[in-house]
Design a protein around this ligand. Structure first.
Ligand code: PSU
Ligand code: MN
Length: 303
């Protein structure tokens, strides 16, 4: 395994010393945001984690290796690279065997984090059950990963482009704890409140860390999903977004977009339809999640 995993020096030192590390995904950089905002965001998120006293570990597949923690120059190259492979659980081994440049999704990032003992991962939103999944069967591998891999994932809920009730039901079936941070409602990515109650609520990073440890102590597999509402100043209203989401979804259906392409297509169309407002909100919520992720990682590292 050591042949495949390449740890950045600061990540290696932190893991050996047991000091806090926060994993970060790279699909959000290559498929979730346009250049140069994607690079600025990735850099700002890493800076938030460092400022909070933890070490960021951005994951990618490159040259047959899983890179855990990226050098600044590699991050710049990745943010501008074309035709990067979107790597989820199903793709990871092929991406490594062929030496492709691959960006890790939530699922693949969890796998890589768990392999090296990183307990906390901060991102924007997880994948979930897509609208029309009763016909398309489009359910993100992120959900099953949460049921299997012991990482606490901090996200701003699931994207409002998904079928949120079905996403919550699926997480419940899979036995994934869905915890809202500091409120009762399940957040909907760009908006603080999805209109659905979250199954669980915790108000402090120390409680989230205790729940993570207790799950391990019980021998239950899988992680937990911590949903952190976007800061009030940055949220977009559900009423403004709903018709635009419906429009983007109708366009995706009409264009026959399927599989891995669905999430990037919808995000890009909403960016255009809102004149960039979804992107500004996305950046704010990722930074907010990085701060909470670092706080949880610090609690988990505390003796
Ligand atoms: N959040 C974003 N942008 C993204 C994603 C999440 O703001 O691009 C990515 C994540 O990597 C997530 C993936 O794991 O979308 C889900 O894709 P799919 O639905 O194909 O599993
Ligand atoms: Mn999918």
């Amino acid at each position: 395994m050591n042949d495949i995993m390449v740890l950045a020096q600061d990540v290696k030192v932190a893991l050996e010393a047991g000091t806090p590390v926060v994993a970060l995904e790279s699909t959000i950089i290559t498929h979730g945001m346009p250049y140069p905002k994607n690079l600025e965001t990735a850099q700002a998120v890493e800076a938030e984690i460092r400022a909070a006293g933890a070490v960021p570990a951005t994951m990618t597949a490159m040259g047959g290796k899983i890179r855990i923690g990226l050098e600044a120059t590699d991050l710049e190259a990745l943010a501008q690279a074309k035709d990067v492979m979107k790597v989820s659980r199903a793709d990871l081994a092929v991406a490594l065997a062929t030496g492709a440049v691959g960006a890790t999704t939530v699922a693949a990032t969890m796998i890589c984090a768990a392999m090296v003992g990183i307990k906390v991962f901060a991102t924007g939103g997880i994948g979930g059950v897509h609208q029309g999944a009763e016909d398309s069967f489009d359910i993100s591998a992120d959900l099953r990963e949460l049921a299997e891999t012991p990482v606490t994932v901090v996200a701003a809920g699931a994207k409002a482009i998904l079928d949120l009730p079905k996403t919550l039901e699926t997480l419940e079936t899979l036995g994934v704890p869905v915890i809202a941070y500091g409120q009762d409602a399940f957040p909907a990515f760009w908006s603080r409140d999805s209109g659905l109650p979250a199954p669980l609520r915790l108000d402090h990073p120390a409680e989230i860390a205790a729940a993570h440890r207790t799950r391990q102590a019980l021998g239950l597999p899988g992680g937990q999903l911590v949903t952190n509402p976007i800061p009030e100043a940055d949220e977009l209203s559900r009423d403004m977004l709903s018709p635009l989401i419906a429009q983007a979804q109708a366009e995706a259906d009409a264009a026959g977009v399927t599989g891995k392409a669905v999430t990037p297509f919808l995000l890009q169309r909403l960016f255009e339809l809102t004149e960039g407002r979804t992107l500004a909100a996305n950046i704010a919520l990722v930074k907010n999640n990085a701060r909470l992720g670092a706080a949880i990682a610090k609690e988990l590292a505390a003796p």
